[in-house]
Every structure is written in structure tokens, then in C-alpha cells.
Write a protein that binds this ligand. Sequence first.
Ligand SMILES: *Cc1c(COP(=O)(O)O)cnc(C)c1O
Length: 392
Amino acid sequence: MNFIHQTLDDLRQSGLLREMRQVDGPQGPTIRIGGRDLVCLCSNNYLSLASHPELAEAAAQAARDLGCGSGASRLVSGTMAIHAELEAAIARFKHRQAAVIFPTGYMANVGAISALVSRDDAVIVDKLNHASIIDGCRLSGAKLLVYPHCDPAKLDRTLQNASRYRRRLVITDSVFSMDGDVAPLPDITSVCARHDAMLMIDEAHATGVLGPTGRGTEEYFGMLGDPRYAGIIVMGTLSKAIGSIGGFVAGSRELIDYLCNLARSFIYTTALPPPACAASIAAIRLIERDHRPLADLRANVELLNGLLRDAKLIELVGNAGRVTPIFPIRIGDVSRAMNVSLRLFDAGYLCPAIRPPTVPEGTSRLRVSLQAGHTEVQLRGFVQALRQALQG
Ligand SMILES: *Cc1c(COP(=O)(O)O)cnc(C)c1O
């Protein structure tokens, strides 16, 4: 067992050992750690719904009415009316015929990808795609081809060379988790159509966040409801802006029937518990009815862009600023990123350094993610603390 000790020691020496901080109390714009309230700038709780009273009440009611467990796989006796209700809500929200839920977004990616392609096929991914996509690709056994980040011309070239495979599946994050940039979906869609390739988008950071009513990247680009784009396979998670837990895939009725029969991470696992489903349903209803949380989030994105510009720090996140709530504060060196993060922690801002292997070597960063519930005072304080931390 010496390798375990040795590996941990190596990670510690190179500043890459990961440790967990315990949060006392709920997830919100501020969180309590070690008796101190910190402004939380690293959660994917974009709309601050994770501890919203409407979601909590829906979950509590479901627990009282239906209990806490679902008891079995969906295909055995685990499918409850509340699962169908949630799937219908997702399908409606994403303008698709149908949807299927998985216990997590990770399992949705792994299950869907490995069901759609196998050894005779090719799966073509953006260089910066999320780890769960890569794991699904590996599990599928399909040939893995990688194209440079957000580069439809290179994707076109890659697909030309992939014509000998039986099927081609292109997958991209629609909002990239570590950089917060948006994939050029209209161009990617036409390249895929030209080469008769399937397209799947991972809407983990777009659902509830992008587009006038938060329906995601298709809405952002004005593609929603356009029959030319109805074939795009939409994957997403209920654990980020939706504030609960669970993953989903939305698409045609046939696609969903296919996944229910072939996706192993759907078949061989227990169905989501009723309280989690109830919270997700409540969140989708809230987002459809009340556009305030999204408007507040947008206002905070604009505010932080402006504050970083005024502080002459905008080049750290890219000169044009950001349209999504994810701001990569690019620092580069691991130990410097750790140092800046520690200084921010001392000043009351939780913003951990993101290090390899999550991001490429030499691109360590602070990943700031904004919430609807952050206040102007909190964001002004953060930029001031950041400026001081960067000087040290
Ligand atoms: C978080 C994330 C997932 C996984 O979703 P979970 O519900 O947390 O398992 C998948 N893809 C992307 C791009 C993500 O950021």
C-alpha cells in the first residue's frame, strides 16, 4: 500500500493535493465555514435556488406524501408519477418531445454516450469538454477524436476524416465549465448536418442561465423551436441553476425510448428520490413563471464586468468580458493561484484555485461563478480584495 502514501505525498509536494472544506448550514450567496460567513463565488447555484423556500417546501411535501426513497431501478418498480411529471417539465422547458432523467448529470453523459456509439463509431469532442463526457467516450469504446476548442472549421476537417466510421457523434459543452465561453452552436450544427453526424450538447451551465428565459444555448442563439435543429440531443443537469440533483437527456420520443433500453447508468441504478424530483419541478415552474432571478443574475454579470474593467483586471477574464456567470480569473502558476485564493479566503471570499488536471498545465485560475443572490456590496468588496490579493 506504499503507493497510496507516495501518491498523496507527491500531490502534496506539487501543491495539487485536494482537500474538502466543510460548509455548515445551507448553500447560498454566502456560506458558513469554520464559524465565518464567506461570500461564495464558486458554486454552480447560479439562480440561488438550492436553498429557495419554494423548492424546500416542495421537497418536504414530497417526502411526507411519497417518502424519501424510490426503492428500485426505473425499469423495475422505481418509476413513480413524479418522475414522469419531471420528465414532462424538462421536455417542455427544452422544447423537445420527451426527456429522461438520470441520478446525476455525470451519469446522463456516461449512459447516453455509451448507448449511442460503440466500437465501429467515432465520437468527436471539443478539447475542453467536461470530464463526464470524456469518461462516457472512453466507456463507449468508440474512436475518440478531439478538435481544437470552439473551432467549427477544424471540426469540419475532423469529420471529413471520420467518414469511414459507421456513426459519428459530436459532443460539446454549450457553456464551458472552466472558461464560461459559449460554443458557436449555429456553425457547429451546420457542420454536423453536412457530415451526417449526430450532435449532443451538454447544457449543464446553460440550463436556467442562457437565453431570454433561461432555456439554454438554443434560445440564446434564436434556434429554439426551429425544426432544423430539432435533432440536437440536449443533455443537462438539475444540480446547477435548477438547484437540486439529477441529470437529463431531452430529444425525440424514439431517442428517449432508446436510452431507456440501452443506457446502463439509467438501467442499473436506483431512480431519483421523490424529494429531489419535486424540488426540480418546483424550480422549473419558478423559472418559467418568474424571470427575476435570471434578471438579477444578468445584472450581476454586467456589474462584475464593469468592476473588473474599472479595476483594469478585465484582461484576466478576456477583454470582451463575459456573457455567462463564469469568470475565469487566469493566473497561470499553481502556487500563485493558491496564494491569491488563500488571501481572498482570509478576506471573506470563497473562490478556490482550479488546478491541473481539471484545467491544462500552466492555466491555473480562480473560477468565479456568480449567483442571482449576490449583492452589489459583495461584488464590489470582492474586486477590491482581488486587486489586493493579486498585488501580494
Ligand atoms: C457539472 C457538470 C456535469 C455533471 O453534472 P452533475 O449533475 O453534477 O453530475 C456534466 N457536464 C458539465 C459540463 C458539468 O459542468
